[in-house]
Each structure stands twice: as structure tokens, then as C-alpha cells.
Design a protein around this ligand. Structure first.
Ligand code: SAM
Ligand code: SF4
Length: 463
């Protein structure tokens, strides 16, 4: 079952589009990226390092000398998909035994030895803090005699921020910029703190340098990334200061971010968002559950009441705010009544978008160690379906309520279904198409939201 309703900036666990381009004369490399925006951003950092080392990028594993699979293991389905791709590569390697296959990312970090044992044709297993070693590891691998066991590099390094590397931008007006790595929250269901290590913030000057570099390449819309951006600290600057500094860069039209945590989000941040036109009125605030006992079991240190207060304050400061969330159903011991608390919270809050997941037991987590995954699969599926149905109708109603509104659209490119129309987004991230009229990609156009088909608006240009 598809677990996402109303596709938004939160990219699902699907493979990213491969990179095409030539930056050197060396071996051809193909990088396949699974998972969240952090993985996409990491792959761009790797591309930058390997491009400098002379690698050429290709758009298919068939023509590659090196294939790297950047993996996600947030849920079992994500892990299975990434390992399935590795298995597909084994037949390519049979045809081309000199091909180097590497596994990167969270599965590499958490399942290092198991991966090498179960996939003996894998040449490299490299965790998220060891990408700097990739050029050397690849060189070493190229000269290793056939049959040499795969190389393993999975040390978690508290100081690694890759902040001196400008990730390779793939074009377009939107870019991700990582500002904080790792996570110290240890939600009981989540494997991320085990695979990405301790939380550390990137120095503000290096973030600003990267954004300026992106603006010079045509980027207008910057999404600041971190597992918990509200924890950002550099010297005496907090996340609101960082957001503001990025918004102040000439050429930046919009700044967005994800993800916030309800325990750490501050009134200062909400007021900063409300005060600045360039900071998008969009807040992704994962609630996970609407029941206080379940939240406690999840090690989410806020209550449903506190969460609702934050939403109320945010909407008071920004009446036009679009809200999204993440929700897990079927967490161990969740009863029908407790699930209904989540259902009712979603009815009350009325999110614009929600990312809803069935609980998936993950190795190395507290929930896996202490609790039995006791909610039957059919009950999880039913709860998920109920939430999806509810959220679809709320999202539709919230979109319909936008009709007639005057707003700006940032033009991202030609609409895929009609090359005579532009496709873009409103500041609260709703997709809009509008007729071309001499504008360019990256321009901001004032429109009235005139009609809606599915989840896409038709914009009528305002003079
Ligand atoms: N750091 C972010 C936060 O706390 O909101 C999100 C990180 S995680 C990549 C994205 C979402 O995956 C989480 O918010 C949660 O809803 C979901 N998730 C994490 N672990 C999960 C699990 N074991 N089973 C199901 N969903 C999970
Ligand atoms: Fe995982 Fe919780 Fe950290 Fe988000 S805040 S990455 S859900 S541990």
C-alpha cells in the first residue's frame, strides 16, 4: 500500500533520478539513491568529491564501472528495496567482473558485516560519516586482486560535517542544504541515531557559502535539512538566526526547512517565519501519535496538549500556514482507543499534508529491544487506511478553500503534461500550473488560484 497522501516536499522512499553528466575522464560511476532528502543531499556531496577525483557520471548501472547504492532503513520496506537493488547488480557483475559495487548509507552503517556476508560480490560498505574516504577506497579496490573481501568503512565521526565540500547541484531552482547531521533524540522506534550518529551543527559561514554558490547556479528556493533543525546551534546562533541569514542572501526567493521537533520548536522561530516574506509559511511538525501514553512509549517528550498549543500559536502568528506531519500507526501496544486519539487529532488539526506509516520494527532500537510488535498486520493496515481516507478528504477541503486566493508562484519549469504551461509552487508549497507569458524559470509571478484539478491549481496571472 502506498503510505503517502498528497505528495509534497517529503520525498518518499523511491529511487532518485540518476545523475547524468561528465566531469572528468576517469571511470564511469552510477549512484542510486534511496530514502529521504538527507540521502539525496549526501549523494550530491559524494558526486562532488568523486567528480573532483575525475569520475564521470552515467545514467544507468549497465554502462558503469562503479555502482554505489545509497540506502535507507527507516522502515523494513526501504531496506528490502535497497538490498533488492544490490541483488540485481550481482548479475551485472557476473557479466562485468571488474565492476565495483558499493553500498552506502544507513543499511551499510547498521548491517555492515551482514551485508558483506549475504552479498559477497559487494566491494565496498561505507557508512554516512566515511564518504570522504570513497576516492581512496575505490582506488584501492581497483587494484585489489579478484576475490579480495569487500572493504568496510563505517566509523561514526562526531566531527564529520562535510562542510568544506560544495555538493553537486543537479540544476533547477530548488536545492537541499544540510545544516545539521545526526540525531540525539532516540525516539524508541527510530534507527536514525544508530546509523547517522550524534547530532552536530554545521558552521553558519559554510552554510551561507553553499547557498551563495547555489544562487550563482540559478537556485532560488532553498530547503534547509536536518533530522531536527530546531536543535541547530553554532556559536551563539540558533536555527531562527540561521534561517534569517539564509533568507537575507541576495537572489534567494524562498527558504524552507525540515524537520522540526515539537519538543524543540521555539516561539522565536515561529515569529521569525511570520515576520519574513522569504521564509515560507510551511511547517512540517511530526506528531507520530495523538495519544499521550503512546507518545511516552515512543520517547517523544511532549503531550498531545502541548502539541496542539504549538499548532495554535503557529496559526495565530501565520494564519496562512500550511501544516504537515508524520504519523505512525500500530506502534507496539497501541489499542483501538489510542489509535482513535490520533484519528481525532488529525480531524482537529486538519493538516494540509500527512505522511502516514505502519510501525515497522527496526533493529538497534529501544522499541525492538523492549516491546513486542504485537499489533497484527491487518489491524495496522486498517488503521492506516482510515487515516489516509480521512486525510485525503481534509487535504481536498483545505485545497478547495484556497480557490480565489491571490499569491505568488515560483516558476520551476515547463509543466510535464503541457509544455506550453509553467509549473511552480505557492509559498505554502501547493503545485500550480499557469500559461507561459515571457517569464523565465526562477521568476516569481503573482496569480489568483482559479481552479483545481486533483491536487494541482490553475493560476490566473494578475497584472
Ligand atoms: N527526524 C524527523 C522527525 O523526528 O520527525 C523524521 C525522521 S524519519 C526519516 C521520518 C519519519 O519516519 C518519522 O517521522 C516517522 O514517522 C517515520 N518512522 C521512523 N521510524 C519508523 C518506524 N520504525 N516505523 C514506521 N515509521 C517510522
Ligand atoms: Fe528518528 Fe526521532 Fe531523531 Fe526523528 S527525532 S530522526 S524520528 S530519532
Amino acid at each position: 500500500m502506498h503510505e503517502l497522501v498528497t505528495l509534497s516536499h517529503n520525498l518518499p522512499e523511491t529511487a532518485r533520478a540518476p545523475l547524468t553528466g561528465v566531469t572528468g575522464n576517469g571511470p564511469r560511476i552510477f549512484i542510486q539513491t534511496y530514502g529521504c532528502q538527507m540521502n539525496v543531499s549526501d549523494s550530491q556531496t559524494i558526486e562532488s568529491m568523486l567528480g573532483e577525483a575525475g569520475y564521470r557520471f552515467c545514467d544507468s548501472p549497465d554502462s558503469a564501472d562503479v555502482v554505489l547504492v545509497n540506502t535507507c532503513m527507516i522502515r523494513e520496506t526501504a531496506e528490502v528495496r535497497a538490498l533488492g537493488q544490490l541483488a540485481n547488480l550481482s548479475s551485472l557483475k557476473k557479466q562485468n567482473p571488474s565492476m565495483v559495487i558499493g553500498i552506502l548509507g544507513c543499511v551499510a552503517q547498521a548491517k555492515r558485516k551482514e551485508v558483506l556476508e549475504s552479498h559477497p560480490y559487494v566491494d565496498l560498505v561505507v557508512g554516512p560519516d566515511s564518504y570522504r574516504r570513497l576516492p581512496i577506497l575505490l582506488e584501492e579496490r581497483f587494484i585489489s586482486p579478484p576475490g579480495t573481501p569487500g572493504l568496510l568503512e563505517t566509523t561514526l565521526l562526531r566531527e564529520e560535517l562535510y562542510d568544506d565540500i560544495l555538493p553537486r547541484h543537479h540544476g533547477g531552482v530548488t536545492a537541499f542544504v544540510t545544516i545539521i547531521r545526526g540525531c540525539d533524540k532516540f525516539c524508541s522506534f527510530c534507527v536514525v541515531p544508530r546509523t547517522r550518529g550524534r547530532e552536530r551543527s554545521r558552521p553558519l559561514p559554510s552554510i551561507l557559502r553553499e547557498v551563495e554558490h547555489l544562487v550563482a547556479q540559478g537556485v532560488r528556493d532553498v530547503m534547509l535539512l536536518g533530522q531536527n533543525v530546531d536543535s541547530y546551534r553554532w556559536e551563539d546562533r540558533d536555527f531562527a538566526d540561521c534561517l534569517l541569514a539564509v533568507a537575507d542572501i541576495a537572489g534567494v526567493s524562498r527558504v524552507r526547512y525540515m524537520t522540526s521537533h515539537p519538543s524543540d520548536i521555539s516561539e522565536k522561530l515561529l515569529r521569525t517565519m511570520g515576520d519574513h516574506e522569504k521564509i515560507c509559511p510551511y511547517l512540517h511538525l511530526p506528531v507520530q501519535s495523538g495519544n499521550n501514553r503512546v507518545l511516552k512509549e515512543m520517547n517523544r517528550p511532549y503531550t498531545r496538549e502541548r502539541y496542539s498549543e504549538i499548532i495554535e500559536l503557529a496559526r495565530r502568528i501565520m494564519p496562512d500556514l500550511a501544516l504537515s506531519t508524520d504519523v505512525i500507526v500500530g506502534f507496539p501496544t497501541e489499542s483501538d482507543d489510542e489509535f482513535m486519539d490520533t484519528f481525532r487529532l488529525m480531524e482537529e488539526v486538519r493538516y494540509d499534508t500527512a505522511f502516514m506509516f505502519k510501525y515497522s520494527e527496526r533493529p538497534l532500537t529501544k522499541a525492538a529491544a523492549r516491546l513486542v510488535d504485537d499489533v497484527p498486520e491487518d489491524v495496522k493496515v486498517e488503521r492506516l487506511q482510515r487515516l489516509i481516507t480521512l486525510q485525503q478528504s481534509i487535504a481536498r477541503e483545505r485545497n478547495e478553500a484556497q480557490l480565489g486566493k491571490q499569491t505568488s508562484v515560483l516558476i520551476e519549469g515547463a509543466a510535464p503534461k503541457d509544455r506550453n504551461m509553467w509549473a511552480g509552487r505557492t509559498p505554502d508549497f501547493r503545485p500550480v500550473v499557469l500559461p507561459m507569458n515571457g517569464e523565465s524559470v526562477g521568476d516569481l509571478v503573482q496569480v489568483q488560484l482559479a481552479a483545481l484539478s486533483g491536487f494541482t491549481f490553475h493560476g490566473a496571472r494578475l497584472s
